[in-house]
Write a protein that binds this ligand. Sequence first.
Ligand code: KG4
Ligand code: ZN
Length: 340
Amino acid sequence: MLLLAIESTCDETAAAVLRDDLTVLGSVVASQEELHERFSGVVPEIAARAHLERIVPVIDEALRRAGVKLADLDAIAVAHTPGLAGSLLVGLVAAKTLCLASGKPLVAVNHLHGHIYACRMAAGKDVFPCVGLIVSGGHSNLYRCDSPVEFQYLGGTIDDAAGEAFDKVAAMLGLGYPGGPAIAKAAQAGNPTAFQFPRSFLHEPTRLAFSFSGLKTAVRYAIAGPGKPRPEASELEPQFVADLAASFQAAVVDSLVDKALRAVETTGLRTLCVGGGVAANRLLRQRLMEETSTRGVELHIAPPELCTDNAVMGAVAFERLRAGLTESLDLDAQPGLVRA
Ligand code: KG4
Ligand code: ZN
């Protein structure tokens, strides 16, 4: 079976042509980083407009790279939840239009299922059941994943996502956007113990939750105390910036690793899959590798290019297609996070 998968949940316009043995025949990701850079975060209206301009050429290019025509496809899959409403609608309308024109069935993809399925694709073997940790610009959640499409919410952030914290702290430090890679780079020259930043809920071992908003404030106060104006990032000493970046990164990684391991412990599952843009972070990957190997837990993290948003992870649609789960053209965008 051949599938065209479309992804437009946030700020990447992506399409991929996939075969049901999980071979990637063609994959295209058009990033919008340069459009959102000066805002230090994704501006929903700008993202939706950019998707609109890019979606057709991106789909065309994915088909061209795969050497496949619309008529050769068995189905068209689209990520319809969760995400930014305007962004989701562009991918959804593109997918529905192609289905209407070609008579091909439409398959719904949950973007979060996709992030964990990226691990399954990289592993080249079944990884379910597993604990899934999804850490991105919009999510920091833990799931019990009984199958590729059956997720049970175990816990998550009570405020910001980890990626959001990376992006906003990078902005405060004048490191640019997206913040994750920029902080990781700056942190290489820094001391991770220079600042003692909070690691929320570590004192509550049974609570599977994250909080990164207070951490952002702690970084802000380390730059200039409460009530004091924040200096321009250009006025900050490079070593001070590196130490802040390293200490911030260490706090985020400590929280994520601790709660992911707790989730493994409480569920009794022996496999941990980690997806989403923040899973590209080298320190997080290294720490997870160390901690899981000493506990005999199987760890799967997709390669960095499959951690950030892409359409290859839309291969999870094969799981639904095989079960006969196709959608009518009434399928709607569902921006909010459905926890189950
Ligand atoms: O999954 P993704 O591409 O989009 C969302 O669904 O949000 O994740 C993007 C997020 C951004 O916040 C970015 O700063 C973060 O992932 N990120 C990283 C790294 N690479 C990307 N965070 C930490 N370290 C990285 N190396
Ligand atoms: Zn994502």
